[in-house]
Each structure stands twice: as C-alpha cells, then as structure tokens.
Design a protein around this ligand. Structure first.
Ligand SMILES: O=C(O)CCC(=O)C(=O)O
Ligand SMILES: [Fe+2]
Length: 322
C-alpha cells in the first residue's frame, strides 16, 4: 500500500528510453506507471524527452492564437453543432464539462493530424479538417504539427508501458494504436473574477490517455484524490507533463486503470494557457473486456467518444437556450 500523500506521483521516464538502462530499471518504470494509474489515474512525467524549447514554442503559439481578434477566431469555429469534426475553435463558454454548472470559463482550439481530403477518413468523426488561423505557417502550423508528432510518440511509449503493466500481453494495444485519433487542444483561461465559475468544471477525460502541458508556474489544476476524496492541487512545474487515464481506458480495463475527476479553478487576474493532448486511439476498435469476460454490447471507441462529446457540447446548447 503506497503512502497516501497530497500530491500525485512524479515518474522519471528516462530509464525507459536510455539505451544503457537495465531490465530492472525499466521494470521499475513499468511498475511505477502501473501503480500511479491504478491508485491515482494521474502522474507527472519527467525525463520524457520533449525539449523544453518545443514546449515553450507550443505555449507561445497558443498565446499568439488566442490574442487574435475574436472575429478571426470565430471564423474557425468547430464546424457542426456537436463539434463532431473535432477540429477548430471552441468559443469562450462553449463547453460544459460539469453537468449543471455554468459553462467553462475557457476557450480552445482542437488541432489533429493533417488528413488529405482524398482519404476516406477525411471529415469523419474527430478527423478534421484542421482550421488554421491566418498566421505565418512557420510560426504556428509548423511548430504545432511538429509538437503534435512528438506528443504522439510519447503517448505511444506510455501505452506500450501501460500494456506491460496489465496481464493481457505486451501487444494488447497494438491494433488500437494503428491509425489513432489523437488531437491537441490549445486552451486559454482568461482572467476570471467569478468564484462560481470554473475554468474547467469537474470531469473525467473522455479518451484513452491525456498528456497535459501547463504554462510553467501556473496554478488551477486540481485532481480529486481517489484515496482521500480531497482535491489535490497540481501546480505546474517546468518540464513536467501531467499524464492521466481517460474514461475509455478505465472502461476497457474494467477500472484497473482509473479515470479520475479533475478540474481547473482559475480565479484571479492571470491568463492561463495549457495544452492537453488527447489520445483516443483507433476509432473502430471494439472495447471487449480485456479479461475475456462475456460482453453482449461491446461498444467501439468511436461510439464511446461520440457519446461523451455529444454530452459536453449538447449541454452547452441547453444552457444557452435557458
Ligand atoms: O487546462 C488544464 O490544466 C486541464 C484541462 C483539462 O482537464 C481538459 O481539457 O480536459
Ligand atoms: Fe481534463
């Protein structure tokens, strides 16, 4: 039984990627990630190999985008009512992550893989097209896409490790990792004076795995400890990624890996920027219980994510029409 503490574990990935590490050291990484995901559903990652300058550049891109005039941002609005293309601009207050609460005091833009329009996947659920702002590509599109590619690699590394922490074989996620849907979301929480309104209401993430980059030294992220039922603050530490399990993996693993409630309380005069990377995986994958137990109604990854998306964006329409 791990010591109950008011912080989420910090895990160093470098023994995994370092060529000189021993089997034992690599095994410790697998065990640490498994335990963190079993107990907390959250951990902080260091030694991940994403250069600091790429992180800074991505956050600068976020700021550059949100500084654009509102008219320019609205032109990039997520195309259909439920945002099913999964790309483009989510206006301030455009999402309700916590049922019954005021819409989130944040704005965002989803950016994913560039899928050629000739591909049968183009325009399908969460598959675009990307909506690019009128900024020089060398300053926005190129660094963001390079950053996304690195996040994808890192997510795949973590999933490989997560597979090793389960008793279902090292290849259990191999098919799921083919042609994955995995989207960045640049987020901006403007200064917020209202104590009744959260930056992001209490929620669990929809997908498989989230890798979160927070602007250094920002505060606001809180994780509801599954061990104590109290909110654990996760202030941002430079070069630390926050990694968490989403509902999809919780459901698929029968709760072995936990999807934990979290929120952003951004009350004050500061702007806050963050960039989650949501790894959803191959949408056609059927989530049959990994332990092999019978299941009459296995849903696909797409059905699962679609339901979650509909809920958080449809609720916004209900609130807006009140
Ligand atoms: O901005 C953050 O720190 C967290 C955002 C988040 O939880 C989400 O978008 O799902
Ligand atoms: Fe989240």
């Amino acid at each position: 039984m791990a010591l109950i503490q008011n912080s989420i574990p910090v895990i160093d990935l470098s023994p995994w990627t370092c060529r000189n590490s021993t089997v034992l050291e690599r095994g410790h990484v697998v065990a640490a990630i498994r335990d963190a995901c079993t107990e907390y559903g959250f951990f902080q990652l260091i030694g991940h190999g994403i250069p600091l300058e790429d992180q800074q550049k991505a956050l600068e891109c976020a700021k550059m985008f949100f500084d654009l005039p509102i008219g320019e941002k609205l032109e990039l609005s997520m195309k259909n009512a439920m945002g099913e293309c999964g790309r483009g601009y989510e206006r301030f207050g455009g999402q309700v992550l916590e049922e019954g609460k005021l819409p989130d005091a944040k704005e965002g833009i989803y950016i994913g893989d560039e899928i050629p329009s000739s591909s049968p996947l183009a325009g399908k659920f969460l598959q675009g097209p990307n909506m690019w702002p009128n900024l020089p590509s060398s300053q926005f599109q190129t660094p963001i896409m390079q950053y996304r590619a690195k996040m994808l690699q890192l997510a795949e590394t973590i999933l490989t490790i997560l597979a090793l922490g389960l008793p279902y074989g090292a290849d259990v996620f191999n098919d799921f990792m083919q042609s994955p849907v995995a989207n960045l979301k640049l987020l901006h929480y403007p200064p917020n004076e209202s104590k009744d309104r959260l930056g992001a209401g209490a929620h669990t993430d929809f997908g498989c795995l989230t890798l979160l980059l927070q602007q250094p030294h920002s505060t606001g992220l809180q994780v509801l400890s599954p061990l104590t039922g109290t909110w654990i603050p996760v202030p941002s530490v430079p070069d630390h990624y926050v990694v968490n399990i989403g509902d999809l993996l919780d459901r698929w693993t029968g709760g072995r890996y936990r999807s934990t409630v979290h929120r952003v309380v951004n009350v004050g005069r500061e702007d806050r920027y963050s960039i989650p990377f949501f790894y959803h995986g191959n949408l056609a994958t059927e989530m049959r219980p990994l332990d092999g137990s019978e299941c009459a109604d296995a849903v696909t990854v797409e059905d699962h994510i679609r339901g979650k998306f509909r809920k958080s964006y449809e609720m916004d329409e209900k609130v807006a029409s009140k």
